[in-house]
Design a protein around this ligand. Structure first.
Ligand SMILES: Cc1cc2nc3c(=O)[nH]c(=O)nc-3n(C[C@H](O)[C@H](O)[C@H](O)COP(=O)(O)OP(=O)(O)OC[C@H]3O[C@@H](n4cnc5c(N)ncnc54)[C@H](O)[C@@H]3O)c2cc1C
Length: 462
């Protein structure tokens, strides 16, 4: 061994000792500064560690050249008093909107939800939708999401809209999915609403987003996370967790720093959390590998003219179009485009089985928007950007429930509390992610103070 090697070893030992000596210790540590992590911090006073240099996670907004885009359409769909109080206390101002949403099917735009607004569709299709709705066999216990659609809405609506849309959006066939997540997410109409919608489309206002809200005092939905973050005690940005030592209760980051904790509240996706843990046993690793998600590539376009209508969003079930949903940011919020301009945010779902061609997608999106009449050939596209959402919607397939339970229970045994949309691996809206974060923060703080813990938990919805 050369004297140089001895010197290097000695220096490394000193540096390692110095690093160990620098490990900060906190009672509670929160991983991830999305909506749920920020809420957990507000409830517990604990510091947040975040990989990115901005807050908000999937509910953040990106602003450039006068255009602000969300990461796929985001609207607030709750008036829950606890959420409202948190937003009020944080100074978030919201405007009220009455939904103007559409579905493009068979060459025409019909109002959302499809089930109660078929009047514009070809007559034969309308008759089939209504007839199969009236004669459906409302099975109390459908085996999968496709059977659920047939039982609740009938084959006509399923075949025309729900099945093709689901295949495009989830990137898996609905027969591979459970229906446990549907709740108020798929509007279920009355017979009268279906009949009326087939005779004259009236924008029947059913579903949890018939009225919704959107931030008004700063551009973009990301204003919510930004406002919450101003009240958080400490946010350590640019700290990407690289390794989690569950035995020593220590989290190590890619910038060489570490933090020790008594409770770790993690809001990062469960598969990523397991990957951080070299000590995770094989069954936990296997369970994490079963968790499936779709991914979404958001293509943002700035258009050099004002918007032409007041539409908020449109769904596209048909296979020949590249996107499943588009939205019009200038109709949702204020100051999201330069004066006299408008914008379109386009969502393209993809997965390993259904990849997206990144070289051609922007041009394909523009061509498809021209095809469906939302852009003219003469329109000037003055701005384009893309945003990749690797973990978008967690897929509720038949492996999910047991896999989530196994991973979560191993984490909880080691004082790691997964929360938020991707910690429960659930179809959480942002307000549900926020509530889950609040509860995780309150619970951890009470536990460490030795107080009784309320028996309400978002874990029930996992
Ligand atoms: C396309 C789309 C549209 C949506 N539309 C709506 C809507 O209209 N209305 C609505 O209410 N909800 C909507 N949602 C849901 C809403 O966005 C989520 O429920 C919510 O934002 C989830 O917040 P979270 O904090 O749980 O997770 P995230 O936002 O994912 O936060 C996790 C954070 O952890 C960080 N992180 C990840 N890995 C690491 C690491 N190794 N180290 C450190 N930090 C890390 C991430 O950067 C991120 O900031 C939508 C979601 C998507 C994907």
């Amino acid at each position: 061994m050369s004297s140089d090697t001895v010197l290097v070893d000695a220096n490394e030992m000193i540096a390692a000792r110095a690093r160990r000596a620098l490990i900060v210790a906190e009672p509670i540590v929160i991983l991830g500064a999305g909506i749920s992590g920020l809420a957990a911090s507000l409830a517990s006073g604990a510091p947040v560690y975040e990989a990115e240099h901005h807050v908000g996670g999937v509910a953040a907004s990106d602003s450039r050249n006068g255009f602000t885009f969300d990461r796929g359409i985001h609207i607030l769909q709750t008036n829950h008093p606890k959420v409202q109080k948190l937003l009020d206390d944080s100074g978030v101002r919201l405007n009220e909107r009455s939904r103007q949403a559409y579905i493009y099917s068979h060459g025409t735009y019909t109002a959302y939800p499809f089930q109660v607004n078929t009047a514009g569709l070809p007559l034969a299709l309308r008759v089939r939708c209504v007839w199969t709705f009236l004669t459906r066999r409302d099975d109390a216990d459908p085996a999968n999401y496709e059977e659920w659609m047939n039982a609740k809405l009938g084959r006509g609506f399923a075949d025309t809209f729900l099945v093709p849309y689901s295949e495009k959006f989830w990137t898996v066939h609905p027969r591979e999915m459970t229906h446990e997540w549907t709740g108020n997410r798929v509007p279920q109409p009355t017979t009268w609403q279906v009949l009326r919608g087939a005779l004259w489309s009236r924008q029947t206002r059913i579903g949890s987003n018939a009225d919704f809200r959107y931030p008004s005092n700063a551009p973009g939905y990301g204003a919510i996370a930004e406002a919450l973050s101003t009240r958080v005690s400490a946010i350590h940005r640019g700290h990407r967790a690289q390794r989690l030592d569950v035995e020593r209760h220590t989290l190590h980051f890619d910038n060489g720093t570490s933090v020790a904790y008594k409770r770790l509240i993690s809001t990062i996706p469960l598969p990523e959390l397991v990957r951080l843990c070299p000590d995770a046993p094989e069954d936990v690793r296997h369970a994490a590998s079963l968790l499936r998600t779709n991914s979404i590539l958001v293509v943002n376009l700035g258009i050099g003219r004002p918007g032409r209508n007041g539409w908020h969003w449109v769904h596209f079930p048909e296979k020949d179009l590249s996107f499943f949903r588009i939205s019009f940011p200038h109709n949702l919020g204020d100051n999201v485009t330069p004066p006299g301009m408008s914008s379109i945010s386009v969502e393209v779902a993809y997965s390993v089985e259904q990849p997206v061609d990144r070289e051609t997608i922007v041009q394909r999106v523009i061509d498809d928007l021209i095809k469906v009449g939302l852009l003219d050939r003469s329109d000037e596209v003055v701005f384009t950007s893309t945003r990749d959402i690797r973990y978008a919607y967690c897929i509720h397939d038949f492996a999910r429930k047991d896999a989530v339970r196994l991973v979560r229970s191993w984490m909880l045994q080691h004082d790691v509390v997964p929360t938020g949309r991707y910690g429960f691996w659930n179809y959480f809206w942002s307000h549900e992610a926020l509530m889950s974060g609040l509860q995780a923060g309150e619970k951890a703080a009470k536990e460490l103070r030795g107080e009784a813990i309320p028996d309400e938990s978002w874990a029930d919805s996992a």
